[in-house]
Ligand binder design. Structure first.
Ligand code: F6P
Length: 356
């Protein structure tokens, strides 16, 4: 059996742990298996850039952050577009899959990776998706690998902001990754005891924010920490049309979500406000113990599915068990934070401010 494995899209801690577990399972359980590491994500399949992986290649990478195979974002929307009548990227990948005589392709990635995996699967390639992303937004799985490590990293950073905020009686808006969904902000905000949590799924009101901050000051709190998702927007911004919002953001110097919060809050309250953007620090470093176990399970389970010839699926976590969903069923869908979910409601009930 010849299997290809690639990592695609934004990286996260735990990719190498999954590669290791998948390879170890395959080497130990599939007679005569050959594994090919496709380099730089789908780009490697397009350009036929790959190398054979041997057992020694995946030793001692359980803890290693990043990906030994490299990764690129190969925009999904460009996959089926051809210039000048040339083959599309999708067609090229299908041809190369056949030229390499692969029996299966294992794609570690997030939402975009899964959309492409689904296209390849529909074109007749045997694909298994493995759910990676710090955003935790893949539809149909309770959790993705990399998420819990990023929660830990972001929460540690937010906690560090608290002491300096207290020293100076300041308000801090700490920006956490997550352009469309707020899972990472919600979890890291709760894990760090943030006073407020702003996520894309719940728009914050600028007047309410000013009143909230003034009241906290009047009540004697020295500092206020608000965890703000990269994609959080105010009700005023949400009401704008696409073009109006683009112009508004350009006029604001394309300030990030947390920077916009800090600017408007300071203007409306006169309280000293600061913004800290955590950025890619959330994607770097070693996976936490939880993720190392999850990655090991997911990688081995992916190997088991390949052995069984179960393709066209992506691995999913349901409660304490692993199972799988069909790629075509989950592709193009997003797992948002339900605004009325129990976790949000309980947080609100204990006083966490969501900007409403
Ligand atoms: O999807 C993971 C993610 O880290 C998002 O949270 C973030 O919006 C995006 O990737 C950043 O992408 P890039 O690394 O391409 O700047």
């Amino acid at each position: 059996m010849k299997l290809g494995i690639l990592t695609s899209g934004g990286d996260c801690p735990g990719l190498n742990a999954v590669i290791r577990a998948f390879c170890k399972y395959a080497f130990n359980n599939i007679d005569g298996v050959e594994i090919y590491g496709i380099e730089e994500g789908y780009l490697g399949l397009i350009n036929r850039q790959y190398r054979r992986l041997y057992p020694a290649d995946v030793e001692n990478i359980l803890d290693l952050g990043g990906t030994i195979l490299g990764s690129t974002r190969t925009p999904y929307k460009l996959m089926t577009v051809s210039d000048n009548g040339e083959a599309t990227r999708l067609q090229t990948m299908v041809e190369n899959y056949k030229k390499l005589k692969l029996d299966g392709l294992i794609a570690l990635g997030g939402a975009g990776t899964h959309k492409t995996a689904s296209l390849l699967s529909v074109e007749g390639c045997n694909v298994i998706g493995l759910p990676k992303t710090i955003d935790n937004d893949i539809y149909g799985t309770d959790v993705t690998f990399g998420f819990n490590t990023a929660v830990q990293t972001a929460a540690d950073c937010i906690k560090r902001i608290r002491t300096t905020a207290d020293s100076h009686s300041r308000v801090f808006f700490v920006e956490v990754m997550g352009n469309k969904v707020g899972w990472l902000t919600l979890y890291s905000g709760l894990a760090s005891g943030a006073d407020g949590i702003f996520i894309p799924e719940i728009s914050y009101d600028e007047n309410s924010l000013a009143q909230y901050l003034k009241k906290r000051k009047a009540d004697g709190y020295r500092s206020t920490i608000i965890a703000v998702a990269e994609g959080a927007i105010s009700t005023r911004e949400a009401a704008m049309g696409k073009k109006e919002r683009k112009d508004y953001l350009a006029a604001a110097g394309n300030a990030s979500a947390a920077q916009r919060c800090a600017a408007v809050a300071e203007l409306n309250t006169g309280i000293s406000c600061r913004a800290t953007v955590l950025g890619h620090i959330q994607r770097g470093g070693d996976p936490c113990a939880y993720d190392k176990v999850l990655c090991t399970r997911i990688g081995a389970y992916g190997g088991m599915l390949a052995k069984q010839g179960k393709f066209g699926v992506t691995v999913a976590v349901h409660g304490s068990k692993l199972s799988y969903n069909s790629l075509t069923e989950i592709a193009g869908r997003t797992k948002y934070v339900p605004a009325d979910s129990q976790i949000v409601t309980l947080a609100k009930d204990m006083g966490v401010y969501f900007g409403e």
